[in-house]
Design a protein around this ligand. Structure first.
Ligand SMILES: *[C@@H]1O[C@H](CO)[C@@H](O)[C@H](O)[C@H]1NC(C)=O
Ligand SMILES: *[C@@H]1O[C@H](CO)[C@@H](O)[C@H](O)[C@H]1NC(C)=O
Ligand SMILES: *[C@@H]1O[C@H](CO)[C@@H](O)[C@H](O)[C@H]1NC(C)=O
Length: 509
């Protein structure tokens, strides 16, 4: 049969449309009443459903044969009324716009809508002054994409929930109707269709919800952004220690960080206060203890630049006989250097309280020479303080040089001289300040007794043991050579290193 391939509705229409006159829509109802499906109609439907089981009438019971047949007749009429180009093959559009005479008629054919042809994607029934309830029959056409019911006089409730059946609906217009006034709060619906879909229809978007959204968007969002920026700048400029390590500037401490680390510069954390500096004990966020030295001198710009330059050098230093500099703070208000924490027990205290054996003293000298050699190799511009009170002990009892500065004009002679004084202090267990606070007079005092009566100046704790005395005398000689700056007899640091390490080896052996 030739018509098997065509769209099911029209298969039948070709057979029956002769009895129909599309010109007189008014007679459609009458005609429908008189029509009976042809005898082979059931077979046709069965065939159609085999070909396309998704057709709406395929699930119908046999009793509905009449209605199915009538719906195909209406479809044919409506297709032509709607000016579809091809009413044999397909039927995409119901266009009853501005047809107030026939629009109500077609809307009244419930059986047609029940079997709404699957090809229909557009329904336009606008501008008809239609009265009554919302035409819920259109919800049978679940596949439609556009629905226009604007400019009618429809009233009552709009079944908002039912629009969720029309998954493919992208354009809806129910504007200019008389529906009951309702605030729409269905978020899903409002997401799909904005208010231009229901202008003057009685429906209103729930302004409270919109207001809340507007408040969220217009006030809360900028607020969140501002808060975020504030928080970020607080982190960057005040407390970078809260940032992950990779985002921090290494070595950089801010006044707020120092304040937090010292409990607000509390008295209990103040270690020492002098005219030029305050020294605090502090604890970093990772739990490590630090020493914070705050400089009181007013910081001119040039001053600050020099200070930062110096700190940049000092943080590079890393040796077990040097106190590790961890960073600095160079704000306008506060200038500070942060170093690892070392207990305040220094060589001077150690010498005077325990008068240690020679092997321990030479061990300390060895450590200091190691530190000096390390600096000499990589950072000859770094000067340091070798007073016994400035040399501290690390946790594993290594001596540590604790005070450095970067000098513009560095002098090796001066460093060796200071080391010489240190050696003499270690051997004699006397302090230069006992000699009118003067290193020169201290050295002169030792020279007076050397070499003839060196036992007089050597610490009596060392004089008792024979070997120690010999070694101490040798060290005394080295110390004096180091302080001999006038006649070019001062040994080099390498030579000093050799002597000290030989003396050290003797004691260890
Ligand atoms: C919506 O359209 C898609 C294709 O665009 C179709 O596969 C689907 O069946 C349609 N949904 C309904 C409910 O008709
Ligand atoms: C409303 O939605 C339509 C598309 O459905 C769009 O063209 C129009 O710009 C939207 N109007 C507003 C005010 O968002
Ligand atoms: C609905 O129709 C009205 C009036 O014709 C129009 O102003 C409005 O833009 C239309 N809305 C949509 C979503 O097309």
């Amino acid at each position: 049969m030739a018509f098997i391939n065509s769209t099911p509705f029209f298969i039948i229409l070709i057979v029956s449309s002769t009895s129909f006159s599309s010109a007189f829509a008014g007679s459609v109802v009458e005609d429908l009443n008189n029509l009976k499906p042809p005898p082979n109609f059931k077979q046709t439907i069965t065939n159609n459903c085999q070909l396309n089981p998704s057709l709406r009438y395929c699930n119908a019971t046999p009793h509905d044969l009449d209605e199915i047949f009538k719906s195909t007749i209406v479809a044919s009429h409506l297709c032509r009324e709607s000016k579809n180009p091809n009413c044999v093959e397909s039927f995409p559009k119901i266009n009853l716009r501005d047809r107030p005479k026939i629009a109500p008629l077609y809307l009244s054919f419930s059986f047609f809508w029940k079997y709404c042809p699957l090809t229909i994607v557009v329904i336009d029934i606008s501008h008809n002054s239609l009265r009554g309830e919302f035409p819920s029959d259109v919800f049978h056409c679940t596949q439609i994409r556009r629905l226009d019911l604007s400019h009618n006089e429809l009233s009552g409730e709009v079944p908002i929930q039912n629009f969720s059946l029309l998954n493919n609906l992208t354009m809806l217009n129910i504007s200019y109707n008389y529906f009951s006034e309702t605030k729409i709060s269905d978020a899903q619906f409002l997401k799909r269709f904005n208010s231009s879909s229901f202008i003057h229809s009685g429906l209103l978007p729930d302004h409270n919800k919109f207001k809340i959204k507007a408040v969220l968007l217009l006030i809360l969002f900028p607020l969140v952004v501002i808060l975020f920026v504030v928080l970020l700048s607080w982190l960057c400029f005040w407390r970078p220690d809260f940032l992950p390590r990779m985002f921090r500037r290494k070595y950089k401490f801010t006044p707020a960080m120092l304040k937090a680390e010292t409990d607000g510069f509390s008295k209990s954390n103040l270690v020492r206060r002098s005219a030029k500096t305050d020294i605090y004990r502090g604890v970093l966020r990772d739990g490590s203890r630090v020493r914070i030295e705050i400089y009181k001198s007013s910081a001119s710009r040039e001053n600050r630049r020099k200070f930062v330059e110096e700190c940049r050098v000092l943080v590079e230093l890393c040796h077990e006989n040097l106190v590790q500099v961890l960073g600095w703070c160079d704000s306008r208000r506060l200038k500070a250097v942060v170093t690892e924490w070392v207990d305040e027990y220094n060589v001077e205290m150690w010498l005077s309280s325990t008068a240690p054996q020679w092997k321990y003293r030479v061990g300390v000298l060895m450590g200091i020479v190691e530190g000096m050699s390390y600096l000499q190799e990589g950072w000859p511009e770094v000067d340091y303080d070798l007073k016994t009170s400035s040399i501290l002990f690390s946790q594993n009892e290594e001596p540590m040089i604790s005070r450095f500065r970067v000098e513009e004009h560095h002098s090796c002679t001066r460093k060796i001289y200071k080391f010489g004084v240190l050696v003499l202090e270690m051997v004699t267990n006397r302090r230069p300040r006992e000699f009118e606070g003067n290193e020169v007079s201290f050295v002169e005092w030792v020279t007076e007794y050397y070499p003839g009566n060196s036992e007089e100046v050597i610490d009596e704790k060392l004089s008792r043991a024979g070997h120690d005395l010999d070694h101490a005398t040798e060290a005394l000689e080295l110390g004096l050579m180091c302080t001999e700056t006038t006649q070019g007899q001062q040994p080099s640091l390498d030579e000093v290193y050799d002597v000290i390490s030989r003396l050290h080896r003797c004691c260890v052996a």
